[in-house]
Ligand binder design. Structure first.
Ligand code: G3P
Ligand code: CA
Length: 272
């Protein structure tokens, strides 16, 4: 019996590279995303934030301190400031002097990542997570949809790729609601650290058809996957790096696993 929200076929679960192949290469850099595509990942995951001058860049933390040689909040820096920083050497990635392709470890704009997806030569999906969207009162979603529209990635319209290779994820139901209102054909993923009591039966916020529970939720309550499927939803789980967690996801019929080590997870799933 195939659950309504699940996709059939031996490929399940899809393997999503969290911040790129971020175990091997510095997270959120072109180097990490190129490696993930090379490794055979079905999809890429990235976090997006707005710079002071309104560009969407792929950075996880509020500040650039951990992942670059600079300091300060992304929201207080302009793209030109970010472009002077090195997002690779903190992880031992070759620096400018050794690496002619500086592009590979400089700040990654969402626009550049969308180009990579568009030019991948095969279908590669992209899960874009909106970070702190409430701070900007809708500007993150507005910029995101305008950009996706330029790439014909909103899932509808005369030039659109259907289904869209892009989906939008957030811990904020309000952010997903804004996305859904502006681009109803764009799939959205409701991320959960804990399951709010009103959604324990497998339902999700209006318009959302994909749940994004933490693996910790599934370790305690593996039956949640079946409840989500029965309610017609897909299940994309993060962050699935341990072999026993991959096993749990495969056994319970999870649709996608989000992992820092796509190569190893693909191998475990028999997809070298
Ligand atoms: O894929 C969802 C996951 O990335 C959420 O957590 O902190 O890694 O963005 P975080
Ligand atoms: Ca994320």
């Amino acid at each position: 019996h195939q659950a309504p929200g699940a996709r059939p076929g031996p490929r399940r679960p899809d393997v999503v590279a969290h911040r790129g192949a971020s175990e091997d290469a510095p997270e959120h850099t072109l180097a990490a995303y190129r490696k993930a595509i090379e490794d055979g990942a079905d999809a890429l995951e990235c976090d997006v934030r707005l710079t002071a001058d309104g560009h969407l860049v792929c950075v996880h933390d509020r500040r650039v301190n951990r992942t670059s040689n600079g300091r300060g909040a992304v929201s207080a820096l302009e793209l030109a400031d970010l472009a002077t920083l090195d997002f690779g050497s903190w992880k031992g990635q070759a620096t400018e002097a050794e690496e002619p392709d500086r592009d590979a470890t400089s700040v990654l704009t969402l626009e550049r990542l969308l180009e990579l997806v568009a030019d991948a030569g095969r279908r590669v999906e992209l899960a874009v997570e909106t970070k702190h969207p409430t701070r900007w009162a809708g500007r993150v979603e507005e910029r995101l949809i305008a950009l996706l529209d330029r790439f014909a990635f909103t899932g509808s319209g005369p030039r659109a790729q259907e289904p869209s290779p892009v989906r939008v994820m957030s811990f904020s139901a309000r952010s997903l609601h804004r996305v859904h209102a502006a681009a109803p054909a764009l799939p959205t993923v409701y991320l959960m650290q804990f399951v709010p009591p009103i959604y324990r039966d497998g339902r999700l916020p209006a318009g959302v058809r994909i749940a994004g529970p933490s693996i910790r939720i599934l370790r305690k309550d593996p039956g949640y996957v079946a409840r989500l499927h029965r309610a017609g939803n897909q299940v994309h789980v993060w962050t699935v790096d341990r072999a026993d967690d991959v096993e749990l996801c495969a056994r319970t019929g999870v649709d996608a696993v989000i992992t820092n080590r796509p190569k190893q997870v693909l191998a475990q799933l028999g997809r070298p």
